[in-house]
Design a protein around this ligand. Structure first.
Ligand code: ATP
Ligand code: MG
Ligand code: MG
Length: 551
């Protein structure tokens, strides 16, 4: 199986290294701490950290923290944890764009002195209106020709808080007629009377993304500043700042196509809405496509990294990626690495009438069919058992190879049993099956007949009760946010979480938070890292057994 898809940036950067155009690369992953990271960010993380790892360079973790109103320390902590959990190491300390605020301010003054920036008194609405459209050039602001001294003084007064929010901005003086709207005198600073999680109340003005990003890259000696395609039109501005400021280095911006996954939202803003509305149980709800949600669900770092390798990196927008590719990545990891266990999700009691009360035998069963390094499991067999309700049918069609009245089935790793009697309560609900064991079938076929079906089971005497959480897609449609004017919440799947009280084999009593298993015939499960305790086991279904990804 080939797992390395084309990655044009890797090819390009390796060529540059080969040709000696660059000796040591420096990349960065620059999240804004305004939410948790999602699977789309994982693509960017794997790309930036992966390049540094493979090509012998450094990757920085830099918080792009220029909008204090939306940012929080809790997000910073979660982002650091997620990156580290994925197995990446940032070079040096964590960095913050906010630690460059002094430098950025000095550079803003530099632009003013060069006649390349001015304080504007237009309101945000007026600025938008003056800026023109794609077909119509912009008009200069009446304040565009302010003198240097006045601009310097106004900027300083903005900085210390003498003006209200929205009263003034600092703009670069570039070209109001440029076909690229980003060059029509972009905003460099806005007034915000907000306290910042890193700089406290030191600043009443905050730099824009555009004025911050490239210069931060330059300060850190970033060689390749990799970002998603929506920043392509910002590249001339990115370069304009680097060319008009005395920056210590000249990073280069390269754009790639963002990841879009079907049935999944990859927008922090929309994911935050799910959290704020209480539709999910926090950012790391196992249904969330956040890295921490996927972790809780049972994804491994290796599976997420493998997925990112499989999707590759292109410049052209690749459309929607099939979520089956993501589940394939985790399924194949767990198939090789998760120990096996039997667990009955919807228990139905079976009494074996020809087994004596108190009878007990214990089977030693491999922890994994192909992994001798895994400990054997001890599986006890007793008179009373549980099987799954789905493995019994009262009026079974001919092709039903599980249990039915008068029919036989093999208990996995144990005997063949026959269903002799079906017990129901007053409402007609089946409460118990009475069955008999053919004791001549342990490890061998029964005499004179074929028994096709094998079902899993758990001893009722020794089984451990547990809560099992069965997750399905959070959304019922491929692209929940396709229609920009409609409410994506309309597409929520009412069955995205189904909770079941299950019974597992005794080996599961040892499950520690984040232990992963294959529940045989059922799927892959992971003990919840927050909720599962030895007293009350809670398992999350990571994925089912069936792989629907077609290469
Ligand atoms: P969102 O749109 O979800 O709010 P963002 O781009 O605003 O995400 P940032 O914190 O600014 O979030 O993103 C950090 C980095 O991750 C950026 O370089 C961004 O381009 C990248 N990134 C974000 N979403 C995706 C995605 N879906 N696919 C690939 N890279 C992404
Ligand atoms: Mg952003
Ligand atoms: Mg965004």
């Amino acid at each position: 199986e080939t797992t390395k898809a084309p990655n044009f940036i890797r090819n390009q950067v390796s060529d540059e290294i080969e040709r000696g155009q660059v000796t040591q690369i420096v990349t960065r992953f620059p999240p804004e701490p305004n939410g948790f990271l999602h699977i789309g960010h994982a693509k960017s993380i794997c790309l930036n950290f992966g390049l540094a790892e493979e090509l012998g360079g450094d990757c920085h973790l830099r918080f792009d923290d220029t909008n204090p109103a939306k940012e929080e320390q809790a997000y910073i902590d979660a982002i650091k944890e997620d990156v580290a959990w994925l197995g990446f190491e940032w070079a040096g300390e964590v960095r913050f764009a906010s630690s460059y605020f002094d430098q950025l301010y000095a550079w803003a003054q530099h632009l003013i002195r060069e006649g390349k920036a001015y304080v504007d008194d237009l309101s945000p609405d007026e600025i938008r209106e003056y800026r023109g459209t794609l077909t119509e050039p912009g008009r200069p602001s009446p304040h565009r020709e302010r003198g240097v001294e006045e601009n310097l003084e106004l900027l300083e007064r903005m900085r210390v808080g003498e003006f209200a929010e929205g009263e003034k901005v600092l703009r670069a003086k570039i070209d109001m007629a440029s076909p690229n709207i980003n060059l029509r005198d972009p905003i460099l600073y806005r007034i915000r009377h907000a306290s910042h999680h890193q700089t406290g109340d030191a600043w009443k003005i905050y730099p824009s993304y555009d004025f911050t990003h490239g210069q931060s890259d330059a300060i850190e000696g970033v060689t390749h500043s990799i970002c998603t395609l929506e920043f392509e039109d910002h590249r001339p501005l990115y370069e304009w700042f680097l060319n008009n400021l005395p920056v210590p280095s000249k990073p280069r911006q390269i754009e790639f196509a963002r990841l879009n996954l079907d049935y999944t939202l990859t927008s922090k803003r929309k994911l935050k809405l799910l959290v704020d509305e209480g539709i999910v149980d926090g950012w790391d709800d196992p249904r969330m496509p956040t890295i921490s949600g996927m972790r809780r669900r049972g994804y491994t770092p290796a599976s997420i990294r493998k997925f990112c390798e499989m999707i590759g990196v292109t410049r052209a927008d690749g459309g929607l990626v099939d979520i089956a590719m993501l589940t394939h990545a985790i399924r194949s990891d767990l198939e090789d690495n998760a120990p096996r266990a039997m667990c009955v999700i919807n228990p139905l009691k079976v009494v074996l009438t020809n087994v004596e009360q108190g009878f007990e035998e214990v089977y030693e069963v491999p922890g994994h069919p192909a992994r001798e390094d895994m400990p054997v499991r001890r599986v006890p067999f007793t008179r009373e058992l549980y099987i799954d309700r789905d493995d019994f049918m009262e009026d079974a069609p001919k092709k039903f190879f599980r249990l039915a009245p008068g029919k036989e089935v093999r208990l996995r790793n144990s005997y063949v049993i026959r269903c002799d009697e079906v017990i129901k309560d007053d409402a007609g609900v089946i409460t118990e099956l009475r069955c008999s064991v053919d004791f001549d079938t342990l490890g061998k076929n029964p005499e004179g007949r074929k028994v096709k079906g094998v079902i899993h089971w758990v001893s009722a005497t020794h089984g451990v009760p547990m809560e099992v959480r069965l997750y399905n897609n959070l959304f019922m449609v491929e692209q929940p946010d396709r229609d920009k004017d409609a409410d994506f919440l309309e597409h929520l799947n009412p069955e995205s979480l189904v909770i079941s009280q299950a019974i597992g084999e005794p080996s599961l009593a040892d499950a520690t938070p984040e232990s992963r298993y294959q529940f045989e015939r059922v799927g892959y499960f992971c003990a919840d890292r927050h909720l599962s305790t030895p007293e009350k086991l809670v398992f999350n279904r990571t994925v089912g057994l069936k792989d629907s990804w077609a290469k």
